[in-house]
Write a protein that binds this ligand. Structure first.
Ligand code: F6R
Length: 239
């Protein structure tokens, strides 16, 4: 596991984007596993810059997002599909048909999950999987629990996550109570996992990367079992 500590968020964003830029230069039809949330926003801005400078093209790139809220359609401003369009997809030459975010409005949610997983499996899973981390150690929406689910599934959100994500909604009551999320297995099958952590509110949970343990109560700790992991954090998260 490689740990990179950056001076600040700006450096973290540049570092993270460089891994993706290098991958796309080497493999134009790369499969990217993407995350939403505040942490990767700077990285997406750097990727848009790299596209505009002519450094990379997303023409043949495929993307699979980690998760989506159940009940929100892609036009809802807090949906993760909307987020991805506004952060990246609308500003680069990606074919929207090659961008995948689970459908939180599917009539058959279980069928949607199975299909999402099957598509990922057929592609051989992500070349790079980007992750953020919740203050409770969640990755995707895999919340701390006795048991974790391996493939893409519907996950009820815990109180801490609803509270943390309420900053994007008018009120806490509007935060959906469930999400579709890639499972721990879908994440661990990526070829390279890059976990990003920024800000002092993440330093307590990042301490868990200082020991040789794993726990389903800290879902992110399971990535310690993966052979190719890069953790990029800023000094505030690393303190
Ligand atoms: C988002 C996701 C979540 C976030 C995590 C951290 O797609 O899967 O696990 O990465 O909640 O969110 P931020 O970056 O907002 O602190």
């Amino acid at each position: 596991m490689e740990i990179i500590v950056c001076k600040n968020y700006d450096e973290l964003s540049k570092k993270a984007s460089q891994f993706i830029i290098d991958l796309i230069k080497e493999k134009s039809n790369a499969v990217l596993g993407l995350a939403t949330g505040g942490t990767p926003e700077g990285m997406y801005a750097e990727l848009v810059k790299a596209y505009k400078n002519g450094e990379i093209s997303f023409k043949d790139v495929k993307t699979y997002n980690l998760d989506e809220y159940v009940g929100l359609d892609g036009n809802h401003e807090q949906s993760y599909r909307y987020f991805m369009n506004k952060q990246l997809f609308d500003y680069v030459d990606i074919n929207k048909a090659n961008t995948h975010v689970p459908n939180g409005k599917a009539d058959d949610l279980d069928g949607e999950c199975k299909n999402y997983e099957k598509n990922l499996e057929e592609l051989g899973y992500a070349d790079i999987q980007i992750l953020g981390i919740g203050t409770n150690g969640h990755i995707g929406f895999n919340e701390p629990a006795e048991e974790l689910i391996i493939p893409t599934h519907v996950e009820p959100l815990v109180e801490e996550t609803i509270e943390a994500n309420s900053r994007y909604f008018d009120s806490k009551d509007e935060v959906p109570k469930e999400a579709i999320s890639m499972g721990i297995g879908s994440i661990l099958k990526a070829k390279h996992i890059i976990l990003l952590a920024s800000g002092a509110n993440k330093n307590e949970i990042m301490k868990y990367f200082n020991n040789d343990k794993i726990s389903t109560n800290v879902p992110a700790s399971l990535i310690k079992l993966h052979p190719h992991v890069t953790i990029i954090m800023d000094e505030d998260a690393a303190k």
